[in-house]
Design a protein around this ligand. Structure first.
Ligand code: COA
Length: 177
């Protein structure tokens, strides 16, 4: 599985891209960023980061996600964390899905979060790079995701990575009628 290490923020580190003028300056993570497969011991931190972002702690959900994606036994299921000097700074989860919605096999990213104190330092970019590399090794050539229309933060991030509107449209209906 992918392991990619880069030092950021620390003395002698590569210069970080300048944040957009409209954004508040963020603290830079000082230390070595390693993107590696999630371990069971990372789950408490993953749950805490998710709870910070969503406001809901979902321990049983995350246990089942880890069982499905975290054991590394199925290469098409990828659950990675960004580790900065032994601290989990963020996570990303994705999967290759075959022929859903009539589409040839493609890689889906369905969760990405970075803890607020580690943002704007390229952590999510590094995790997405590692996920894409994993998908390429599996032979897929397309990356897809779905996001909430009002989540402009995640939209800005995915756009910055070169993702564009795809050929599918989401539909839904209430089932209680
Ligand atoms: C979106 C998120 C993953 C970005 O993580 P990050 O590590 O800060 O991202 P990066 O530093 O790699 O940023 C890459 C690019 O994304 C864009 N971006 C990131 N944060 C941004 C912000 N606050 N405002 C505008 N653009 C932003 C920028 O283009 C940035 O490039 P730049 O720094 O050169 O301008 C992080 O903010 C997060 O976890 N947000 C909550 C995610 C969420 O809602 N998840 C639930 C749905 S899955």
């Amino acid at each position: 599985m992918t392991r990619a290490s880069t030092r950021t923020g620390a003395a002698g580190a590569p210069a970080r891209r300048r944040a957009a003028a409209t954004r508040a300056p963020a603290p830079e993570p000082a230390g070595v960023v390693t993107v590696r497969p999630a371990r069971r011991a990372d789950l408490d931190r993953v749950i805490a980061i998710d709870a910070t972002v969503t406001g809901v702690e979902k321990r049983s959900y995350w246990l089942s996600v880890f069982r499905r994606y975290g054991d590394g036994e199925q290469p098409e299921r990828i659950f990675l964390v960004a580790d900065i000097d032994g601290r989990v700074a963020g996570f990303i989860i994705g999967e290759v899905r075959d022929w859903e919605f009539g589409a040839p096999p493609c890689g889906w990213v369905f969760a990405i979060d970075v803890a607020p104190e580690f943002r704007l330092a390229g952590v999510a970019t590094r995790m997405l790079d590692a996920l894409r590399a994993g998908f390429r090794r599996l032979g897929v050539r397309k990356l897809r995701t779905i996001l909430a229309r009002d989540n402009t933060l995640i939209l800005s991030f995915f756009r910055s990575q070169g993702m564009m509107t795809g050929p599918f449209i989401p539909l839904e209906m209430d089932l209680d009628a």
